[in-house]
Design a protein around this ligand. Structure first.
Ligand SMILES: [Mg+2]
Length: 258
């Protein structure tokens, strides 16, 4: 095993392109994840805030990963942790799915309908137009807002669907206002939340992912060990254009402990 990985106590795993590709498990990924569990903790990390932890656990287990609830962390969970640390007791208006509402409530934050101190923009796939209007009105009135993650599009079987980043652009067009903070990868807040939850130092955490602009940039921004896998979107040529190479570059996750 490479020296830089000796000290790692938690592996943060990107999913699509890293442990599976569309709905196919990458060869050897299940065993690789099990070997990581022998070394420390494993957390499946996703920027998507439209589904709950449960939904991811179900999906991962259908593929054979035997994941537990505390092994999944979404940008929605990160946002909740961030709010608890920095906005305790504030009135939060949440623009998000029913499942994100349930996760907020289960974590002790009950979203309000009026007079918010702060707005959270999640990946809302169930909204009606009145909700969007209300959201923009609050923002226009000067209520600050934070977004769960920056992704502009979310991959689907047909191509893409508009994600939070596209909503940020819409809100900016309508109100002229940008979010004060965006929690998900590659930004610091989701990393901070993970560190706080695990009680680990940054060099004890490794991020494994296939995208340079999110996963690897996220590792750099947080001081995590960066493990770049070539099984998904990013290429070696693109990695060589970064200001420094990822700490570890692998054909697939199956090779992490060679
Ligand atoms: Mg990926």
């Amino acid at each position: 095993m490479r020296e830089i990985l000796q000290q790692v106590k938690c592996f943060l795993l990107d999913m699509d392109g890293t442990i599976y590709l569309d709905n196919e498990v990458i060869d050897g990924a299940i065993d690789a994840v099990n070997r990581m569990r022998e070394k420390g903790r494993v957390i499946f990390l996703t920027n998507n805030s439209s589904s709950s932890r449960d939904a991811y656990v179900t999906r991962l287990n259908k593929l054979g990963f035997n994941a537990t609830d505390d092994e999944v962390f979404t940008s929605g969970n990160a946002t909740v942790e961030y709010l608890k640390a920095h906005y305790e007791g504030k009135r939060i208006y949440l623009f998000g799915t029913k499942s994100l509402h349930r996760e907020f409530i289960a974590s002790g934050i009950t979203p309000v309908d009026d007079n918010p101190d702060l707005i959270v923009l999640g990946f809302h796939t169930e909204f009606d137009y009145n909700e969007l209007e209300k959201l923009c009105n609050f923002i226009r009135e000067g209520v600050p807002y934070i977004a769960t993650h920056p992704d502009i599009n979310c991959p689907t079987a047909r191509g893409y669907k508009p994600d939070v980043g596209a909503f940020i652009a819409l809100i900016e067009k309508s109100t002229g206002v940008l979010p004060t903070l965006v929690c998900g990868k590659p930004n610091r807040p989701i990393g901070e939340s993970v560190e706080r939850l695990l009680g680990l130092k940054s060099h004890e955490i490794a991020m494994v992912g296939d995208r340079l602009s999110t996963d690897i940039r996220f590792a750099y921004n947080n001081g995590f060990v960066s493990i770049f896998v070539l099984s998904g979107e990013g290429t070696l040529a693109e990695a060589q254009k970064m200001e420094r190479m990822p700490d570890v570059v692998l054909p697939t996750i199956a090779h992490w402990d060679e």
